[in-house]
Design a protein around this ligand. Structure first.
Ligand SMILES: [Fe+2]
Ligand SMILES: [Fe+2]
Length: 209
């Protein structure tokens, strides 16, 4: 017998999958076969801080998509959003594993950022499906810029984190292009600035906690 889930059921299941017990990956981590580098304590701390930021970023990405999917006006957009959230789940699992390897903890602020991102996604989704897709494109572009910055800042001996972030960077650019191809509109500049400001709050706090 088919099981029919309500949108709220799907949202709660995704919360379970993203924060409580991340699901099995569809793609193995790009770092899987790369040996651990010899990192100084200071380098290890830097890598852990950057990967913690990326881990929370992936939680936010899933939460945004879910908030948007929750209020999407047509099924095609909803399917696009669930598919995008699903692809981000691999990124989330890769970052979680890397944090573990670096003996570091995920951010204690994850639940807060998950909740605010779901609400933000719902606001974007309520505007229109084209704005919602434009919101994805802008989010992915900002995430890709941010990952480029991390690639510069990571110690060169941390080849495992490099491999993960490089793959994520390629995927985020693809997500951006997919959202534009699906009809995403360019967002007003003040929205782009607000998004950058909220990203600063997230990255500056989760770097430490
Ligand atoms: Fe991602
Ligand atoms: Fe993405």
């Amino acid at each position: 017998m088919d099981t029919h889930y309500s949108k709220l059921d799907l949202l709660l299941m995704e919360f379970q999958n993203s924060i409580l017990t991340p699901r099995a990956v569809k793609r193995a981590s790009p770092a899987e076969h790369i040996p651990e580098g010899s990192l100084s304590a200071e380098d290890k701390k830097l890598c852990a801080s950057l990967m913690r930021v990326n881990h929370t970023g992936e939680i936010c990405a899933q939460a945004l998509y879910l908030g948007q999917a929750f209020v999407a006006k047509n099924e095609q957009t909803r399917a696009h959003l669930f598919n995008a959230a699903d692809e981000e789940a691999d990124h989330l699992a890769w970052c979680a594993k890397r944090l573990d390897e670096l003996s570091a903890h995920p951010s204690i602020l994850n639940l807060f950022f998950f909740s605010t991102s779901v609400l933000t996604g719902m606001l974007a989704g309520l505007a229109s499906d084209k704005i919602s897709l434009g919101f994805i494109a802008e989010t992915e572009q900002q995430v890709a810029e941010h990952l480029s910055d991390h690639l510069q800042r990571l110690p060169s001996d941390d080849k495992k984190s490099h491999a993960i972030i490089s793959q994520m960077h390629m995927d985020e650019i693809k997500h951006q292009n997919d959202a534009l191809a699906a009809g995403g509109e360019t967002l007003p500049e003040y929205i782009q600035i607000l998004m950058r400001l909220s990203a600063i709050v997230m990255t500056k706090t989760t770097y430490y906690v």
